[in-house]
Design a protein around this ligand. Structure first.
Ligand SMILES: [Zn+2]
Length: 306
């Protein structure tokens, strides 16, 4: 389906058989929903034939169509249990997330320099089934193991059928775009800031060791060769770490300063992407004791370890 986002189009997959399963739902715009309907009709089906929906993660280009589709068919939705807060937390959760981002911007040294315009929108999904790592979802006459692979988001799951080697990976492993490790709030039960890139790397190390054959991604065509893709991503992390370290050695000390130096074209809300990217790699540099970090009135200040 088409999207107005830079990544271009987003995929949904229909698994025929029993139960007929839709994986991901595109964005909320009518056009996108119409494209799914057209694809259904192309295989002789209609909305009512969808038995269940699985969403690979809680990003709006994958979940946006849920409302419209549930108006047409009473199909349950499978989603990672981490989505519980967003789906059930209401206004209080919305405010908690906003407060988190204010703290995050402050930590980056970007207070007052980034705008984040998110309006409260109640998510009303019917028949939600929360899944966790190791669960099995029967879809299209096959059993798929749920792999929890946080990093790109906190709700990323892959569906894997070992026998066929088929893996539906959402945005965990994209071939044409290097997916961001988005900084998201920890769940209300967790106190500490999440280290999304470190999570992402351990999720990739895990899926690298699995015998995926055909990978069905959230964007772009299905492909084979997830291990070389993961190796290339790890290599990109090394290169980005080197570039960041150079800036730290040159005297830049906050996430915002480094992001502005490396991604000067990012404006408005998109600045967040740069901050998220730099923060993720900085976590890696700190973990490796290449860089050290101190907090100065809530602002994280980084210096090179001598
Ligand atoms: Zn996506």
């Amino acid at each position: 389906m088409t999207t107005p986002y830079p990544e271009g189009s987003v995929n949904a997959y229909l698994l025929l058989g029993n139960p007929v399963t839709l994986i991901d739902t595109g964005i909320w715009l009518d056009d996108s929903v119409r494209q799914i309907h057209q694809a259904l009709m192309n295989v002789g089906l209609d909305w009512k034939d969808i038995d269940q929906i699985v969403v690979t993660h809680m990003h709006t280009d994958h979940t946006g169509g849920v409302h419209a589709i549930q108006r047409e068919v009473d199909a349950p939705i499978f989603v990672h249990s981490g989505a519980r807060f967003a789906l059930q937390g209401g206004m209080a959760e919305f405010e908690r997330v906003n407060a988190y981002f204010q703290d995050f911007f402050r930590a980056c040294g970007a207070e007052g320099k980034v705008t984040r315009n998110h309006k409260y929108r109640e998510q009303k999904w019917a028949g939600v089934h929360y899944v966790d790592d190791g669960d099995v979802i029967r879809a299209g006459s096959r059993d798929y193991q749920v792999l929890y692979v946080p990093g790109h988001s906190q709700t990323d799951i892959c569906l894997w059928n070992e026998e066929a080697g088929d893996a539906f990976v959402g945005d965990h492993l994209l071939k044409d775009i290097s997916a961001n490790a988005f900084m998201e709030p920890p769940s209300p039960a967790q106190a500490d800031r999440l280290k999304a890139l470190l999570q992402y790397r351990s999720s990739m190390a895990r899926t690298r060791a699995l015998a995926f054959r055909t990978v069905y991604p959230g964007h772009g065509s299905p492909y084979v060769g997830h291990q070389s893709l993961i190796d290339a991503r790890f290599q990109e992390h090394e290169e980005r770490c080197e570039a960041i370290l150079q800036h730290v050695q040159d005297g830049l000390s906050t996430i915002y300063e480094i992001s502005s130096a490396m991604f000067p074209w990012l404006q408005g809300g998109a600045v967040f992407l740069g901050l998220s990217e730099i923060m993720g790699h900085m976590d890696l540099l700190v973990e490796r004791s290449v860089v050290k970090v101190e907090s100065n009135q809530g602002v994280l200040v980084y210096t090179a370890q001598s």
